[in-house]
Structure formats: C-alpha cells, structure tokens
Design a protein around this ligand. Structure first.
Ligand code: RTP
Length: 151
C-alpha cells in the first residue's frame, strides 16, 4: 500500500442490495480512483451485526438497526486510496439522507435514516476493526497495471 493511502470498509446495506444499487456504488468508488481490495456478499447474523454496531448498543434504534441489517445480504468491501476513510464518508453523504447533499450516494438514492443504503468507516481505527471483523480470512495483495496516480 502506498504511504499516502489508507483503507476503508464500505458496505452496501440490505436495502441497497434489494434496490439494485450495488453496481452503482461500486462504480462510484472505481471512477473516483479507489482500488478494490476485497468484496463479498454476506447475509450476516445478528451476533455479527451486534459486533459491527457495538458502539450503538445503548441507542433506542439499535434493535431496529440490527433487524434491518439482518433482513438480507450485504455487500462487504474494502477500498484503498488517498484519504479513503474521509473521502468515502463524503461520497456516502450525511447519515440522515434528509441532510445528504445531492450528488452523494445517500443524497441521490435515500430518504430515511433507517434505510440509508450504505455504510462507511468513520476513522482509520474503525476501518481496521471493521475490516478484521468482516474479512477475518484476510484480504489478498494485488497490484493493478495502472498509472501511479490511481491509488
Ligand atoms: P453507518 O455506521 O451505517 O455508516 O452510519 P453512520 O456512521 O453515518 O451513523 P451512526 O450514527 O453510526 O449510525 C449507524 C446507522 O444506524 C442507523 N440509524 N438510525 N435515529 C435513527 O433511527 C437512526 N440513527 C442512526 C442508520 O442506518 C445509521 O447509518
């Protein structure tokens, strides 16, 4: 991984998968210049999702969040590139789609905070934990034949 690159965990939530937005979301990250490191479709268990959202366990919406996230498969991905964590969050848009700017994924495709299509790590530290949780098998190392400015 280049010195200036970081990795982020991006997930298409069950509503994004059901609505056929997987390709659109992948395309946005590819076109922006990020490098795909890992990808899989997974129907996560409630126990697994409770680990992913452990920081929110005391929130009133936690049970509903877990039920929603366990309602169907998600697409788990790792993307790498310059400022991947922060830029990934910008590309997703604000958590509540009512506040998400047009042009962002949520701002273009979502209306409700409880059905906001996608997830992105909020810090490098969270990304490391989330990548380890969703890809315990590890991720493959590969190089792409591309110009060095494509991260
Ligand atoms: P995410 O982890 O999914 O990327 O979302 P986030 O960091 O932008 O927001 P966070 O506060 O961590 O919330 C996680 C997810 O919980 C759902 N949520 N529902 N008031 C509510 O009903 C409510 N608030 C949050 C959303 O699906 C949010 O993405």
């Amino acid at each position: 991984m280049p010195n200036n690159a970081e990795r982020t965990y991006i997930m298409v939530k069950p509503d994004g998968v059901q609505r056929g937005l997987v390709g659109e979301i992948i395309a946005r990250f590819e076109k922006r210049g990020f490098k795909l490191i890992a990808l899989k479709l997974e129907h996560a268990t409630k126990e697994h999702l409770e680990k992913h959202y452990a920081d929110l366990k005391d929130k009133p919406f936690f049970p509903g969040l877990i039920k929603y996230m366990a309602s169907g498969p998600v697409v788990a991905m790792v993307w790498e590139g310059l400022d991947a964590v922060k830029t990934g969050r910008v590309m997703l848009g604000a958590t509540n789609p009512l506040a998400s700017a047009p042009g962002t994924i949520r701002g273009d495709y979502a209306l409700a905070v409880g059905r906001n299509i996608c997830h992105g790590s909020d810090s490098v530290e969270s990304a490391e934990k989330e990548i380890a949780l969703w890809f315990p098998e590890g991720v493959i190392q590969h190089t792409m034949a591309s110009a060095e400015w494509v991260f």
